[in-house]
Design a protein around this ligand. Sequence first.
Ligand SMILES: NC(=O)c1ccc[n+]([C@@H]2O[C@H](COP(=O)([O-])OP(=O)(O)OC[C@H]3O[C@@H](n4cnc5c(N)ncnc54)[C@H](OP(=O)(O)O)[C@@H]3O)[C@@H](O)[C@H]2O)c1
Length: 244
Amino acid sequence: MTDNEKTTKNCCLFGANGGIGAAILNQWQHDPHVGSIHAGARSSDAGGPKTAPFAFDLTEEASIAAAANNIGVSGPIDTVFVATGMLHSDAILPEKSLRAQSAESYAHAFAINTIGPALIAKHFLPLLPRDRRSVFAVLSARVSSISDNRIGGWHAYRASKAALNMAIRNFAIEMARTHPQAIVVALHPGTVDTKLSRPFQRGVTPEKLFTPEFSAQRMLAVLDTLTPVDSGNLFAWDGQRIDF
Ligand SMILES: NC(=O)c1ccc[n+]([C@@H]2O[C@H](COP(=O)([O-])OP(=O)(O)OC[C@H]3O[C@@H](n4cnc5c(N)ncnc54)[C@H](OP(=O)(O)O)[C@@H]3O)[C@@H](O)[C@H]2O)c1
């Protein structure tokens, strides 16, 4: 990305109150090239410099459509970052075996990890500029990779993120026809110390457990290096492309 392309971007974040999302918000608030931030969360209002909060729920398309209508009037969005997702909840734990599967856990994982981000794409990809570089990034996970899957488990989470990758590839193909400078990608943040990973950190060595700040800073740096040729792929925090 050239310095010219970096001037005062209009950015939009989904999941501003999440572990990684809050760190992305903090990075943007301190980035002089980011002019304005639309920060979306399900409940809490994300405040701070140059930040306008909005409310949305991944399971309510109307809330995503309303956010797009309101935010769209401020002009094209240069960067959309979707930092939402779920691995476990009070009622759902990632499966270790075939018999642990349930329709409910699949439905919930797909609603949050696949369908919600796809609906954000439906309403926000049209807000990207047609005449300059733009980025639409969603948090996927390395475990979404089918070719990289050696240990199995976490059936619904893996499947929902693999489906997200497919949607991202589809959206990249479609966007290239009308927005040739758009970059539509999935990201793997590394193993990051957040609410989502906390129950599963036991086997992770300290140097492989990232702070949200480190992961956010690295992923934003990776996004800066990407070009439209990279669109439709999955990239890790260190810039490496992960095969689907
Ligand atoms: N942490 C890791 O090690 C790791 C590794 C690989 C991939 N990832 C991916 O990174 C993403 C972010 O994870 P994280 O670690 O930052 O987790 P987190 O701290 O639990 O954040 C999850 C975010 O998703 C939001 N969310 C969940 N359901 C929602 C809904 N129905 N509507 C709107 N927002 C909703 C949460 O909002 P509420 O607070 O309102 O629930 C929160 O902002 C996920 O997609 C995850 O799969 C994380």
